[in-house]
Write a protein that binds this ligand. Structure first.
Ligand SMILES: [Zn+2]
Ligand SMILES: [Zn+2]
Length: 139
């Protein structure tokens, strides 16, 4: 995996200590993280809410992370692990443990236009059910 510094430089973003720390937290994350969770991880090293908001905003603009919203009005943030324009990956929420995951191993074709003149500008695919752990526990 590229270092946080490499990712920032490639995206043309300034490499501040705060940005590096926040990006490192997202690199180590097991799944998309909320503002709260990211803030909790970087507060001990002296970063505040505003720094986190600004950094996440800049990362989203530069397409190095993406936002996930599962219908619960909570934004979560995750690293973009691959750029594969004709496809997007679905997000999965487990109804038992509440975990939200990027299903990077599944590729869903992107739809850019429909036959009847609509222009698609965003595509979010999310699935709900039981994650592999909970499905195994409940069977
Ligand atoms: Zn689960
Ligand atoms: Zn994702």
């Amino acid at each position: 995996m590229d270092s946080a510094g490499q990712i920032l430089r490639r995206a043309g973003l300034r490499c501040t200590t705060g940005r590096l720390r926040i990006l490192e937290v997202l690199q180590k994350a097991k799944g998309p993280m909320t503002h709260q969770e990211i803030l909790a991880a970087v507060e001990p090293v002296g970063l505040n809410r505003v720094t986190v908001y600004r950094a996440l905003d800049a990362f989203c603009q530069a397409d190095i992370i993406h936002r996930v919203e599962m219908g619960d009005r909570v934004w979560r943030f995750a690293l973009c692990l691959y750029e594969d324009a004709p496809y997007c990956h679905p997000h999965f929420a487990c109804r038992a443990c509440g975990r939200v995951e990027c299903l990077d191993f599944i590729r869903v074709p992107r739809v850019n236009e429909t036959r009847n003149g609509y222009k698609i500008e965003e595509q979010e695919v999310y699935w709900k059910g039981l994650c592999s752990k909970c499905a195994a526990n409940l069977s």
